[in-house]
Design a protein around this ligand. Structure first.
Ligand code: TXA
Ligand code: MG
Length: 322
């Protein structure tokens, strides 16, 4: 692994891309200080240029290299959750390039907890711009093999293999640039934990239309498998499966099915954290099987399921009943 880290550092300094493990999902990393290197991320992903990318740093010691006018709340959140699955949106330092911020005057910063990437960042010293290592709009990768499946070796010659991601869904994003903290994306750190540290409730700003949105993770259609994915209640899904009898189907669910349905049954964990850890890998596996449709019973639950519900809402081609 030391050898791989040396090679990763050499590639990053040379302006090349490297696949990196994080505790949330794998990232497609480039030196955030080299706009031409960052541009390669957008080209590889097929992602529009005006979407900002998160800058990954080793820890809060680097925060002021990238952000300015840092409020007390940012330091409190770093102390509580870094390294970990929390991204902070802060006012950017003047030298942070448009390639990273998508032309905005803010920057997203996160210190990932995965030991390999933490070590890489400590040795690198700078920041690594890294979105999730998937083609634009596709399911995020949670293993090194998923990343290999997304990019050819000519585009991405090195992927650091850190095993399967622990958290399985992306970081929580909190904006601290307005008058009040705002939750932009639910994720690995629960909203209630953030509210407890800040001593106030935070509003969840949900995207409604795609007009003017430059935050790609907030686009309505995102994180999607290529096979048609339908979501609904258990009753809706069972009825849909019966309606589609004769088709090649998979049903993804947590509770026992009540009817005898001829479809592949994929039983998911009934705990939100365990469910999050495997959902992307499950969708990717099913996507390989030439199914006519994936039917998914939306798991029941409230706060603990916020990130899972958010991702399933964006991944689904249709929510039954809507
Ligand atoms: O867990 C994660 O956050 C993973 C791992 C690799 O760290 N990264 C990730 O990156 O999910 P990406 O690019 O797929 O999603 C990052 C989200 C996008 O919705 C992006 O637009 C938003 O963060 N973002 C980045 N900088 C921003 C900014 N200055 N203002 C608002 N949103 C920002
Ligand atoms: Mg992404």
């Amino acid at each position: 692994m030391t050898h791989d880290l040396d090679q990763a550092l050499a590639l990053l300094s040379a302006g090349e891309l490297v696949g990196i493990p994080t505790e949330t999902v794998y990232g497609l990393a480039a030196d955030a200080a080299q706009p031409l290197a960052v541009a390669k991320i957008f080209a590889a992903k097929g992602r529009p240029n005006d979407h900002p990318v998160i800058v990954h740093i080793a820890g809060k010691e680097q925060l002021s290299d990238w952000a300015t006018d840092i409020p007390e709340a940012a330091w409190q959140l770093c102390d509580a959750f870094w390294p970990g699955p929390l991204t902070l949106i802060l006012k950017k330092q003047a030298q942070v390039s448009h390639a990273v911020t998508g032309g905005q005057d803010t920057v997203g910063l996160r210190a990932p907890a995965h030991p390999i990437t933490h070590e890489l960042l400590k040795r690198f010293g700078g920041g690594l711009a890294a979105p999730s290592a998937n083609q634009f709009g596709h399911v995020s990768p949670t293993t090194a093999q998923h990343v290999r499946d997304e990019f050819s070796p000519e585009v991405l010659s090195l992927i650091l293999d850190g095993g399967a991601c622990d958290v399985g869904v992306e970081s929580t994003i909190v904006s601290l640039v307005g008058p009040k903290p705002v939750l932009l994306r639910p994720g690995g750190v629960p909203r209630a934990a953030i509210e407890a540290v800040l001593g106030q409730t935070i509003e969840h700003q949900k995207s409604t239309s795609t007009a003017n949105i430059r935050v790609s993770g907030l686009l309505d259609s995102h994180y999607a498998p290529r096979t048609t994915l339908l979501t609904g209640t258990q009753a809706q899904i069972e009825a849909e499966a019966i309606r589609r009898s004769g088709q090649k189907l998979a049903i993804v669910h947590t509770l026992a099915l009540t009817q005898n349905i001829s479809a592949q049954s994929v039983v998911m964990p009934d705990n939100a954290n365990d469910y999050a850890q495997v959902i992307y890998a499950t969708l990717r596996d099913l996507d390989q099987q030439g199914l006519d449709a994936i039917l998914l019973v939306l798991p029941q639950g409230e706060a603990a399921w916020l990130a899972v519900h958010d991702r399933l809402g964006r991944a689904a081609h249709q929510k039954l009943g809507d």
